[in-house]
Design a protein around this ligand. Structure first.
Ligand code: MN
Ligand code: MN
Length: 286
């Protein structure tokens, strides 16, 4: 059976939609494995696997107004042009009071999205990596610098990195010196995701939260198809717990760094299901 080339059941038009999905097929700065350029369409394909009704959230996506814009034309741009286009398109969505859902692409795309938001938001980053280098391979919009770029726009005290377990030493020391709050995956394994969530809640209080999911936060045994896999990750259940805990404050979401060439579709399936969960839970409060 041939499925449509848009995200499953996202058949509202832009004007009527509450949620706008858009793909950002960009992987120019990826360091280890390229291929996240293919993720937006692969995740769309994977999304048709699921029933429209989700037993867990008791929401049927058919009842929601979701638009899939397609992909932004950024593939060949240099990073700063890509960032500008992403910021511009995200602004259009926010001006109309719609909820943006972006599908990367590599993690650098999130820098552009965040620039479209007011500076007083909080950003919750799920990632195996700190991404806190100031510059990498002569490029400040490299995907290894996204947390740093977010901190150019949003106060570092309103940023949380969850699931981190990899950093370069200099980057780690800089993050420590600047009091970047992070919770590593080993702490979560030992103390449980609930304890981590309580700590995040006390830091982000009742702020509006943008959530960015670098799929490599999740253990590569669940989601092998990613650019820089890092063992000892969090689980897809942990991600669902995060969404369930913060959905009433969420103001946008992206999933990045899925690299479909490197698995049998697992990473795209998980990404598609998590997108569905974000939309379903957020629909309860918009
Ligand atoms: Mn990342
Ligand atoms: Mn990462």
């Amino acid at each position: 059976m041939q499925f449509p080339n848009y995200f499953a059941d996202a058949d509202a038009n832009f004007d009527e939609a509450d949620f706008v999905i858009f793909g950002i097929p960009y992987d120019k700065t990826s360091s280890f494995r390229k291929g996240s350029i293919k993720a937006p369409d692969d995740i769309r394909k994977a999304s048709w696997n699921f029933e429209t009704y989700n037993l867990r959230t008791d929401v049927d996506i058919k009842d929601l107004k979701v638009h899939d814009y397609g992909n932004l034309d950024v593939t060949k741009d240099n990073p700063s042009i890509m960032i500008k286009k992403v910021r511009g398109f995200t602004s259009k969505i926010l001006e109309k009071n719609k909820f943006p859902i972006a599908i990367g692409g590599e993690h650098s795309v999130t820098s552009g999205i965040i620039q479209a938001y007011p500076k007083d938001i909080a950003v919750l980053i799920l990632d195996a990596h700190m991404d806190f280098r100031n510059i990498y391979e002569n490029e400040k919009y490299n995907h290894a610098c996204v947390t740093k770029r977010i901190s150019d726009h949003v106060s570092i005290k309103n940023i949380v990195v969850l699931g981190a377990r990899s950093a370069e030493k200099e980057e780690y020391i800089d993050a420590k010196n600047q009091n970047l709050f992070y919770i590593d995956s080993f702490y979560i394994k030992k103390n449980g995701i609930k304890k981590a969530i309580n700590e995040i809640e006390s830091i982000l209080k009742n702020k509006k939260i943008y959530l960015t999911l670098d799929i490599d936060a999740i253990d590569p045994s669940y989601a092998p198809g990613t650019g820089t896999p890092e063992p000892f990750g969090i689980t897809p259940f942990d991600v669902i717990e995060i969404i369930d805990s913060f959905y009433s404050n969420l103001i946008g979401f992206d999933v990045v760094e899925v690299c479909p060439n490197y698995d049998n579709g697992e990473a795209s399936i998980i990404a598609a299901k998590i997108i569905r969960n974000v939309i379903e839970k957020s629909s309860l409060v918009i």
